[in-house]
Design a protein. Structure first.
Length: 502
């Protein structure tokens, strides 16, 4: 009885592994932006001779879902014939190696060449990697559990463009629990954040300007100058922000030469460590290819299409399909070598079909997600006014599409949409809401826009305090607390009132 139970458990595990492998492939393809998907498809075509580009243009791709994209340019007859001959030769060569006693049966490893080429490309064109990629590379050097790696990635995604973390860890813990089913305590997030703060560039992951500068100072070699810098940042930070250099010199009892050296080193600290990776991000931004195209006609009619004009339609190689059929028809009279050839052919065909299914699933998922975003943010797509963006989180799109939260997160992480009003990352359309005491939900973008207008219009000789800004926003219909005003003001890049005075 025990042996029977063990055998049943092994069979169930094998089935789960098969399912998870296909789901993993789908998740990987969903996350890829258009350009990388195109490269992945080309690599798969090169690796698997059972997969080939379709030469028929009669049927629309299964992911079009009613939206018409530009049809891919078809090769001429000569190129088509040559490609078929090359694939036939590749098939013959592959089958010749099967059955040799001194070689193992080939096992399909889809995407291996693509991964290797990606590694080589990143090594050569390192400056093209994004801020996120460079940090995730450093995460890969840590020995973390899957849960900790997921939480660390979420913290990195929560960083602002300047590399600072302004979202409280309590909020991150709540978001992980509610939206991602990850129960990570605030204290453990603190531990993960400290690990992140050891990454390059120095100062990354700091929760304030003071912490950012202290993190950079801590990496310096021990010296009298380092000690003085830490004293200024810890004990006289207010004087430092106001540039009261004479007062700092007097408090520390420094000579003019010592003070000059200290000030020079303090000025070399970087208040925006994320900006040191801006060149890499900028390099990526110049190569953006939109995954979606949303057209807005003058009458307000909207149409959406996937930008899939460069993606080939895929199908199972006719030669492999025929070979597989021949093997099945004669399986009762096969030699050992023919049976091994049958297994090899079957593996290749199944892998090709799995890849085709995963690409089709990706396209359907992207279409469904983008349609939901358009439905939720229709006023913006009609008018192009950022203030018309309503509060929207991943959960809203997940509920509308019936897709998993993690799937929506993957779709929105690196995709762009081209609209009449410009090209935007999908993350642009997600923003938190602020609920008033009356139950009205306000977009944080609207509040920030109103706050920016007030600060831009203030008398610079008498800049408005956060308390005054809070009262003025309340009069405009945005009743938010003073600490919330301070938070949004910092996110907009405005210093406190005394530092805005001129």
């Amino acid at each position: 009885m025990n042996q029977s139970q063990i055998q049943q458990q092994k069979q169930e595990q094998r089935q789960l592994q098969t399912i998870s492998a296909q789901q993993l492939l789908q998740a990987q393809l969903v996350e890829l932006p258009l350009q990388q998907l195109s490269e992945r498809i080309e690599a798969e075509l090169h690796d698997n001779p059972a997969l080939e580009k379709s030469v028929s243009d009669e049927e629309a791709a299964p992911w079009d879902d009613g939206y018409q994209a530009d049809a891919p340019e078809q090769p001429d007859d000569y190129d088509t014939q040559r490609e078929r001959e090359e694939r036939s030769d590749a098939l013959d060569e592959a089958l010749q190696n099967i059955g040799r006693d001194d070689e193992d049966l080939p096992v399909y490893q889809g995407g291996q060449r693509w991964a290797a080429e990606q590694e080589q490309e990143q090594a050569v064109f390192g400056e093209g990697r994004s801020f996120y990629d460079l940090l995730m590379e450093q995460v890969g050097e840590l020995e973390l559990s899957d849960d900790d790696r997921y939480a660390m990635e979420y913290i990195i995604q929560s960083l602002d463009d300047d590399g600072l973390l302004r979202t409280p860890l309590s909020d991150i813990a709540e978001q992980l629990a509610i939206y991602h089913g990850q129960d990570v305590g605030e204290q453990h997030l603190e531990h993960l954040l400290h690990l992140l703060q050891q990454f390059d560039p120095a100062g990354i992951g700091a929760r304030s300007l003071q912490e950012c500068l202290l993190l950079q100072t801590e990496r310096r070699k021990d010296s009298t100058l380092k000690t003085l810098m830490q004293q200024v940042l810890n004990n006289y930070f207010d004087d430092f922000t106001k540039k009261h250099w004479t007062r700092i010199q007097q408090l520390l009892g420094l000579s003019d030469e010592q003070a000059e050296a200290l000030i020079g080193e303090l000025r070399r600290l970087n208040p925006k460590p994320g900006a040191s990776l801006g060149e890499a991000v900028g390099h990526n931004m110049q190569q953006i290819t939109p995954d979606f195209i949303v057209d807005t006609l003058d009458d307000g009619t909207l149409s959406m299409s996937l930008n899939s004009s460069d993606l080939p339609r895929l199908e199972i190689s006719q030669s492999f399909a025929e070979l597989l059929q021949d093997f099945h028809n004669n399986k009762d009279h096969m030699t050992r070598q023919q049976k091994e050839a049958l297994l090899y052919t079957k593996q290749k065909v199944e892998a090709a079909q799995c890849f085709i299914d995963a690409v089709n699933t990706r396209q359907r998922t992207l279409t469904k997600t983008m349609n939901a975003i358009i439905k939720l943010q229709r006023p913006f797509f009609e008018e192009g006014d950022e203030e018309l963006l309503r509060p929207m989180i991943l959960k809203d799109v997940a509920e509308l599409t019936g897709l998993d939260l993690s799937t929506i997160s993957r779709v929105s992480s690196s995709k762009y949409v081209q609209t009449r009003w410009g090209t935007f990352p999908l993350k642009f359309f997600f923003n938190d809401g602020y609920v008033t005491q009356s139950g009205e939900e306000l977009s944080t973008r609207k509040i920030k826009a109103a706050l920016r207008q007030l600060i831009d219009a203030e008398d610079k000789r008498k800049p408005l305090s956060d308390d005054v800004l809070s009262s003025m926003l309340a009069e405009k219909g945005y009743p938010i607390a003073r600490r919330t005003v301070a938070k949004y003001r910092e996110l907009l890049g405005f210093p406190v009132a005394r530092l805005r005075k001129s």
